[in-house]
Design a protein around this ligand. Structure first.
Ligand code: NAD
Length: 298
């Protein structure tokens, strides 16, 4: 049986770490990114850079994507569709990006015409989960495709088959991220209140993390990126804003009111305006600090 060749496009915060895990597991990997630095870093780790997206899909049977925006994924899907020939090897595009159900369905339709199966597999667990192989992978696709890919996907973490319906995994991922960003906003409000009353953030987090208010923001984001004032958790404001915006839009389309989600979306819109799209999502704490006239520290 011919050995499967793997490819990876989008070597950013998540993709670079996931590609490194795959490279270690498989021994070889073709990679592509628009950023020469991202490409050089993976080449330094032993991957083989492809000179174009076309070269990547010509040389690899299974190509993973970890791209920022829905529009990027759709453009890349169209570029792949335009580039493939009968000699191209690619059969599966497995997409780890968070792009919402509508774009996932659109990307799948574009690629299906060229007999390429698009698999939506958004991930959760951040850069630490990507590096450690402890991500949650949410996959929706026909069961037979899932069975073919499951073993390989396990290198990235825990793999869940959400269902066979296109868009289902993306819907679940949007729900998860709305909850996750909500926790960042709500934790900022709680810690600002404590700071104003003279309680150190470290003490509050110590107690909350043994109490019923604990969440991913109290356990990781605030201790790692807000209290030390580094604001470098590794997830950009632009991407967090995109995820909550997609979630609220999707929910509205389904006829489900999302009042909390809409407020969280506006908090990310404000953070985006104040600190820019490339700032870390934890900068929402600075917005809350500014409004309350305190610093979350100590
Ligand atoms: P990132 O911005 O750090 O990385 C994106 C990479 O894609 C960059 O290296 C960029 O150069 C590359 N790229 C952009 N357009 C390209 C193209 N046309 N062809 C090839 N490469 C291209 O983003 P990230 O934080 O790694 O997130 C990637 C995806 O994963 C997003 O959809 C995000 O929502 C999702 N996600 C991120 C996190 C996180 O904690 N950062 C967690 C879970 C899911």
């Amino acid at each position: 049986m011919k050995k499967i060749t793997y490819g990876f496009a989008g070597l950013g915060q998540m993709g670079s770490r996931m590609a490194q895990r795959l490279l270690k597991d498989k021994g070889s990997l073709r990679v592509f990114d628009l950023s020469p630095k991202a490409l050089a870093d993976l080449e330094g780790a032993g991957a083989e850079p492809a000179k174009s997206l076309k070269a990547l899909v010509d040389e690899a049977d299974v190509v993973f994507l970890s791209l920022p925006e829905p529009s990027t994924v759709l453009t890349v899907a169209k570029d792949i569709a335009a580039a493939v020939t009968e000699a191209s090897r690619v059969k599966y595009i497995v997409d780890f990006s968070t792009i919402g159900p509508k774009t996932a369905v659109a990307a799948s339709d574009v690629l299906k015409e060229h007999e390429i199966t698009y698999i939506e597999a958004p991930v959760s667990g951040g850069t630490i989960g990507a590096a450690d192989g402890t991500l949650a992978l949410m996959v929706s696709c026909p069961r037979q495709d899932f069975d073919k890919l499951e073993e390989t996907l396990k290198v990235f973490g825990n793999v869940f088959h959400v269902g066979e319906g296109y868009g289902q995994a993306q819907t679940l991922k949007l729900a998860n991220n709305m909850l996750s960003v909500c926790a960042v906003v709500a934790t900022g409000e709680a810690l600002a209140m404590g700071a104003k009353a003279g309680i150190s953030a470290t003490k509050m987090l110590e107690v909350i993390n043994k109490s019923s208010g604990r969440n991913t923001a109290t356990e990781t984001k605030y201790p790692r990126a807000v209290v030390p004032r580094t604001f470098d958790f590794g997830f950009s404001t632009m991407l967090a804003y995109k995820d909550v915006r997609l979630c609220v839009d999707e929910s509205e389309g389904l006829g489900v009111p999302m009042m909390i989600g809409a407020t969280v979306r506006e908090m990310m819109a404000i953070t985006n305006s104040c600190y820019g799209p490339d700032s870390d999502l934890t900068c929402v704490a600075k917005v809350i600090e500014h409004w309350s006239g305190v610093e979350i520290k100590g």
